[in-house]
Design a protein. Structure first.
Length: 187
């Protein structure tokens, strides 16, 4: 699993390197396929509607659609991970807020009590201070986690749109291929 990056001493965000790497790999493959499509277009200039040219184009479009589906799945997994991380950080943050509240109540009772030693009071103030710092850093971490969720949602929307576009291009090419096959049969 991914390494953790510590926020404060307690609340940590899980890394998402493996998800980003998978998406980057898909993007590189898609860029390669885009260049293959340019090559097919260049090779078939003047005969772009022939059955052979349409089959070459169909092959590249099919592989592009498959790779686009892989990218969409990788982004979906990244989003799921980010949402899980967001929920986990939020839960941990709430636990520390509860601990802080209790520590503050204890400190207040100690301040009102005549039996509390200076050492005990100093120790409790230290606990309150550490918990306050952890909560502050946890809130920053929580905001970052929310931002990551939004980034992954945006990426997923884009990936889904690209998959739809690739599907449409493949369907159009299939229709052109069928038309070309019928006209070839008629000759």
């Amino acid at each position: 699993m991914a390494k953790q990056r510590k926020i404060g001493a307690i609340i940590a965000l899980d890394g998402e390197r493996e998800f980003k790497t998978a998406v980057t790999s898909c993007n590189k493959s898609l860029a390669t396929m885009k260049s293959e499509m340019k090559l097919v277009s260049a090779q078939t200039t003047g005969s772009a509607n022939t059955l052979e040219a349409l089959r070459k184009k169909h092959d590249v479009l099919q592989r592009t659609l498959n790779e686009q589906a892989k990218k969409e799945e990788a982004v979906r997994k990244g989003l799921e991970h980010a949402q899980e991380d967001y929920n986990r950080v939020g839960s941990e943050l709430e636990q520390y807020k509860t601990k802080l509240s209790k520590a503050q109540e204890t400190l207040k009772k100690m301040e009102e009590s005549q039996d509390t030693t200076k050492e005990a009071m100093a120790e409790q103030q230290k606990v309150v201070s550490e918990l306050s710092t952890t909560v502050e850093k946890g809130e920053v971490s929580y905001q970052k986690a929310e931002s990551r969720v939004q980034d992954w949602k945006k990426s997923l929307n884009n990936a889904e749109a690209q998959t739809i576009t690739a599907t449409r291009a493949l369907s159009e090419n299939s229709a052109y291929m069928q038309e070309a096959e019928k006209s070839a049969d008629g000759c």
